[in-house]
Design a protein around this ligand. Structure first.
Ligand SMILES: *Cc1c(COP(=O)(O)O)cnc(C)c1O
Length: 434
């Protein structure tokens, strides 16, 4: 049976398939460049594992206190090497990306200190961590103040604004690489380098922390290569490679990471405790796969942009732009568009493909949100997933795909649903093609 027939049996019409093939063909060079980055990063991770002499004894778990957990300590050495950082904290006890960021902030700020965000408002869930929205246990409750400098209208750093905002209380600068649910450009590592160099030229002692969520392995360099003192992310995004079932990481300067360990566990205990309970193999193996998994997701994002842009939908980033994270936004302009897209992604999933997502009132959001996630790991967004708030401009945020082949199928299925609903119309050539 040929591929086209299999696609057809799985619900993709010959017209949608033909359109997808044409778009994919035109992306050959783009995909080759993504593969080269994956190759580079694969070697980087492999070298770190070899230099740390990773061995199967590291996959055995500890229980209880987790004293002398060789697997855990060696994995942290692997992360530190791969990120070219002094130290790392990589733990299943870090529950998610927000928790990792909260640990990094809470560990290194003291009453009277000020946190300065220089890439605009941080990711939604950090609002309550910082106390931008009042919340129990926020930094604000501990007397830590907050200031924010927005990016310029062209998404460049507002260096003048940063200079004016830094004062004798500024202890830490927050930079967010990915755009989150905003419509700004994602920052490149080169952009981040410029901001850090500028901050350090004014206030060399200020700690520069980067929220690296969704950015890992998209480029050949990471924020820790360009002066970041701390770099933080989630293991159910890029660096977990789809295999890590939970967890987060913090890499950076040894003294700062040590503070994070004392915050995560307890003063006096730091990195010495934290049982790994048999989870280590998935962390190692996931990190090993992360460069190629990220490449697959990245191809999916580029493919989606190039599928929807010619059909007249706004896409961010656009089809040609260079990429610094794995997120793709597509604006449909109607609730029906967002719903059809998400139903397509869900219908393409390996898990729960038979359920139909509906918009619902999620805690913490000001409008109903629809989410498509047929994932092996709950909420994992390195797996093929999409979500969109039910409000203008009716955009959907799409990311992940453990393999390029699956990302492709998901995007074709989304297009199938949109054409069936009459929301997307294929170019004439495809409509008449046999
Ligand atoms: C995902 C994400 C986070 C943290 O989210 P969790 O859902 O808590 O893992 C923080 N910042 C950015 C930019 C993110 O994309």
């Amino acid at each position: 049976m040929n591929l086209e027939t299999i696609y057809e049996r799985m619900g993709i019409s010959r017209e949608v398939y033909a359109y997808g093939q044409k778009i994919e063909k035109a992306l050959k060079e783009r995909f080759a460049a993504i593969d080269e980055t994956a190759e580079y990063n694969q070697l980087k991770v492999l070298q770190a594992m070899q230099e740390c002499r990773v061995s199967d004894i590291h996959f055995a778990g500890t229980s209880g206190y987790g004293y002398n957990d060789l697997g855990r300590d060696t994995l942290e050495a692997v992360y530190a090497k791969a990120f070219h950082a002094e130290a790392a904290l990589v733990r299943p006890q870090i529950t998610c990306g927000t928790h990792a960021l909260a640990v990094a902030l809470g560990a290194n700020l003291r009453p009277g200190d000020e946190l300065l965000a220089v890439s605009g408002k941080p990711y939604d869930t950090l609002e309550e961590v910082i106390g931008i929205r009042p919340s129990s246990g926020s930094l604000a409750e501990y007397g830590i103040t907050y200031r924010q400098v927005d990016l310029m209208p062209d998404d460049r750093f507002d260096l003048e604004g940063i200079r004016r905002a830094i004062n004798e209380h500024t202890k830490m600068v927050h930079i967010q690489r990915s755009k989150g649910y905003q419509t700004r450009r994602t920052l490149s590592v080169a952009d981040i380098k410029e901001a850090i160099a500028y901050v350090k030229s004014i206030a060399p002692h200020v700690i520069c922390m980067v929220d690296n969520c969704y950015g890992e392995f998209v480029e050949r360099v990471e924020p820790t290569d360009v002066g970041a003192d701390l770099c933080v992310g989630s293991l159910i995004k890029n660096p977990g490679g789809g295999l890590a079932p939970t967890g987060g990481y913090i890499v950076g300067k040894e003294a700062l990471v040590e503070q994070c360990a004392c915050r995560l566990t307890s003063p006096g205990l730091g990195k010495e405790v934290g049982a790994s309970m048999g989870i280590m193999q998935s962390f190692y193996q996931g990190f090993f796969l992360a460069p190629t998994v990220t490449a697959g997701a990245l191809k999916g994002a580029v493919f989606a942009a190039n599928i929807y842009e010619p059909l007249g939908f706004d896409v961010l980033p656009d089809g040609q732009e260079s990429r610094h994270d794995i997120i793709q936004a597509v604006t449909f302009g109607t609730p029906e568009g967002v719903i059809a897209f998400c139903r397509g992604i869900q219908a393409a999933a390996p898990v729960d493909s038979f359920v139909e997502p509906e918009p619902w009132d999620m805690p913490g959001y000001d409008s109903p949100v629809i989410m498509a996630a047929g994932a092996f790991v709950q909420g994992s967004s390195i797996e093929l997933s999409a979500d969109g708030p039910m409000k203008p401009p009716y955009s959907v945020y799409f990311q992940g795909g453990l393999t390029w082949e699956h990302a492709k199928f998901g995007i074709l299925m989304s297009l199938q649903k949109l054409t069936a609903a009459g929301i997307a119309v294929l170019p004439k050539e495809e409509q008449t093609e046999q």
